[in-house]
Every structure is written in structure tokens, then in C-alpha cells.
Design a protein around this ligand. Structure first.
Ligand SMILES: Cc1cc2nc3c(=O)[nH]c(=O)nc-3n(C[C@H](O)[C@H](O)[C@H](O)COP(=O)(O)O)c2cc1C
Length: 192
């Protein structure tokens, strides 16, 4: 099994509309023998809203990964030096984090993890969930699609009638997307 013993960082940002599906897919990774470590952006750590409480999300992630979540820039800076992960997945990735990543900004634990991880030329996989994918963020998606060692979980418009610029990755493609990225390939079709 390709995922057995693979070390995977799961970096959560402030979009929790699909969080229960995220946890289900994380459980599948663990069942497949992967080692998981969660990371939370500052905003993701302080989320409390209609989708639930962030403290619960952190606890749930720690239960699944059996590791303490990384919550600070100091926690995530050593990821590069220690070659902590074979692959890092930003799951989900907000429009905010996407835009910052495309512009080399490193001011959250998730962005620090991405920068440290990319230093080792290992794959970074992005699972987008943003209302401005076909708007302000289209240029950033285009830039990251063409960046070495960055891959996307296939994504599409999730509600074109009510949110014509919104796009979301299909999280059920997490495992095949990881397997492809570990082999240096973007899973296709990337737009679904
Ligand atoms: C209830 C709620 C849901 C949100 N969902 C999303 C989302 O799905 N996608 C997104 O890009 N931003 C979403 N946001 C906005 C982000 O949380 C906000 O841009 C934040 O600055 C993201 O910070 P981060 O990328 O560092 O986690 C949501 C905000 C709230 C309050």
C-alpha cells in the first residue's frame, strides 16, 4: 500500500463547511497506515460559528492523528530542517491562505509549514474552498497551478447559481491526489 508509513501534514485553514468530510478522509489515511500531523492557522484556531467550535475541531484532529496539533509559527518552522513530512496538504485552503501562499507571505502556522516543507522540494497539495476562485483569486490559482511541487485536489464550481465565483475541491479525491503528488504528478482532470 503506497500510503503505509508515509508522513502527511494536514494543514487546516478557516473554512469549516466541509470539516466532517475532512475528518472522514483523515480517518481513511490513518487506516491506510499513514502518519498524520495536523496544523491549524491562527484563524482556524479561533473559529466559532455555525459549523461548530474550533476547540472541538482541534480535539477531533488530535484524536485522529494521535498527535498534538501544531498551533504556532515556532511549532511549524522546524518542519523544513527536520524533513517532517513526505507531503503536506492544505485541507481546506481558504482564499486568504491561497492568495498569501501565491505571494510568498508566511504569517500563519500553515503558511510557515508550507514554506518550510517546500524548502525540501517535497509535494504540497492544496484543497481549495473559496467563494472567489473565479474572481480575485483566479490569478493566484493559475500561479500556483504552475508552481513546482504544488498540486491541487481536483476542484469545480459548487453552486454556480448562487455563488458563481465559488469553487471547491472534491475531498473524496484526497487519497488518489496524494498518491499522484507523491509520484510528482497532478491528478487529472484537475477541473471537475
Ligand atoms: C463561518 C465562516 C466560514 C468561512 N468559510 C470560508 C471558506 O469556505 N472559504 C474561504 O476562503 N474563507 C472562508 N471564511 C473566511 C476566512 O475564515 C477568512 O478569510 C480568514 O481570514 C482565513 O484565515 P486563514 O486563511 O489564515 O485561515 C469563512 C469565515 C467564516 C466566519
Amino acid at each position: 500500500m503506497l500510503l503505509k508509513g508515509i508522513k502527511i501534514g494536514i494543514a487546516h485553514t478557516g473554512s469549516f463547511c466541509t470539516i466532517n468530510n475532512v475528518f472522514k478522509e483523515m480517518e481513511k489515511l490513518v487506516k491506510n497506515g499513514a502518519y498524520l500531523q495536523s496544523i491549524f492557522s491562527f484563524n482556524a484556531q479561533n473559529f466559532s460559528g455555525r459549523f461548530g467550535e474550533s476547540s472541538y475541531f482541534i480535539k477531533r484532529a488530535e484524536q485522529i492523528t494521535k498527535n498534538k496539533a501544531l498551533l504556532t509559527i515556532e511549532d511549524t518552522e522546524p518542519i523544513g530542517k527536520k524533513k517532517h513530512f513526505d507531503i503536506l496538504v492544505i485541507l481546506p485552503c481558504t482564499g486568504n491562505t491561497l492568495a498569501k501562499l501565491a505571494n510568498a507571505i508566511t504569517d500563519t502556522p500553515v503558511l510557515m509549514a508550507a514554506k518550510a516543507h517546500l524548502r525540501n522540494q517535497n509535494p504540497l497539495l492544496i484543497s481549495i474552498a473559496t467563494n472567489d476562485a473565479l474572481g480575485m483569486n483566479m490569478k493566484n490559482i493559475g500561479l500556483l497551478l504552475n508552481t513546482k511541487n504544488i498540486y491541487f485536489i481536483p476542484f469545480g464550481q459548487d453552486d454556480y447559481k448562487n455563488k458563481p465565483n465559488s469553487m471547491m475541491s472534491n475531498i473524496s479525491l484526497l487519497i488518489p491526489s496524494i498518491e499522484a503528488a507523491l509520484m510528482g504528478r497532478q491528478i487529472q482532470p484537475v477541473i471537475i
